[in-house]
Design a protein around this ligand. Sequence first.
Ligand SMILES: *[C@@H]1O[C@H](CO)[C@@H](O)[C@H](O)[C@H]1NC(C)=O
Length: 506
Amino acid sequence: MWQQVALVLSILVTLSPAATTPWTYNCAPPVKPGTCLLKAVKIQDKDVIQPAATPSSDLEVCFEGSQLDYLPEALFGKFPKLETLGASRVGLKKLLAGNFAKPATLKRVDISSNYVGALPDSVFGTCVNLEVINVAENRLQLFNGVELIGCGKLRSLNVSSNRLIYFNWDPLVDLRQLEEVDLSDNLVGEMVVPKYVKKIVARNNHIHKLRTDRESFIFMLEQLDVSRNRLGNVDTLARFAKMTHIDLSYNRLLSLDFGLFRHMRGLRELNLAHNNIFAVTTSALKPLTLELVDLSNNELTRLSAVDSAGISSVERLLLNNNYLVSLEVTKGATNFPRIRSVTLDGNDWACRDIESTIAELKTKKVAVPSSEAKCSPNQIIREGLCCRDLGSSFEELVLLKAEKLAEIQQSSATPSTSTIKSVTQKAATVATPQSTTTNRPTKPDLDPTTSALKQAEAQIATLTSEKATLQATLAKAQNDIKALGEKLARCKSTVNQRTGQTVLID
Ligand SMILES: *[C@@H]1O[C@H](CO)[C@@H](O)[C@H](O)[C@H]1NC(C)=O
């Protein structure tokens, strides 16, 4: 049967006199019945392809090693039952109006890896049967979505690796079968999650805003990859109760409240790595049985049992490469009931603390994998982790110095009444007093937004320059930063971030 079809096909297709060589539908021996594999086809812009005399009943057409400046209408006339068109890597330069409008049987179109710069509004026609559209790796700059109106059966849309600066999400809202949208590697600035879509891959864009339809309450979204974007606020996520995988890595998050995820009973993986998170909190507790939480490569300094309660039921926790001085692990690691593995390397532990933390984790056979190769000069290695040999626990040190600080504050009679506190992102790490020889910190030309924190630091600095004091200052600063971070999370509405500084008005 196949040989017959192939024979018929091989005879065919006439060309206009304008074209130099006639074009024939020479189907290569099929991999599977109903498939026409067309090899080494060449169609140039100037070629006019005439309709074929005999139609073929093949359902699938694939091009291989071909060069097609455009897709002639005659091609679709030749295959009136076509369901799948594979025209990837054929050098396609443009699409014609109504290019995929006929045949109406068309279900899958793959024109990825070409040079298409625009989708004509009517490119898919009435679009009644299209299920899969792959336009990845082209040169699209705009996606206005009008071309998808009517694509009621569309399941998958792939526009990744184009040059999209604008993506109109509105037309997607009505596509009830649309499960998956991939728009990764573009320049899109905003995302509006449509209610029926289950999976969105929007990796590596310029997304700074995550929105959704205020009127809708049920969303199907299960998997969201918005890694490598510019998100500083992800509050909208709270609307998506069916989420199982969330990837927010490489964004601009400063703080996060795990209460945000409390309705997501199916959440398995939460990737928050490579942000600037310096404070996490848990405002509303509903334990989630997470498999993986990645908080690595952030700016955490402390993680208390209360703050981490929202993710306490995790199996694998990544905390490496932060500035952690303290991780609260209760006796027998009961505050992490399901934990099996935790990474702790690349932090700022005091040896005594990390030894006792690991001792508790070991009672539950928790793995603590470490890739610590070389410690910094002021660190030694304990339990495979770099730590500072302070001779006491960090908390003791802080307590001691806090008492001293209280004494000083009592004796210096001028309490700060400033109502504006300012904190810059890196304050936690630059809290070390600049100079131990600074005089009183009340110079008249000081920045009016100088915080009580800074004054306190300077006071300490004038007292003594011993190393332990610097440690205490740092700890105090870290504590205050964290408190501010929590405040920040609570009063977002009053935050003004235009200057790159976060100004908080109490
Ligand atoms: C979209 O296309 C790209 C490039 O061809 C591919 O790597 C990616 O896996 C596709 N996305 C989906 C969700 O299939």
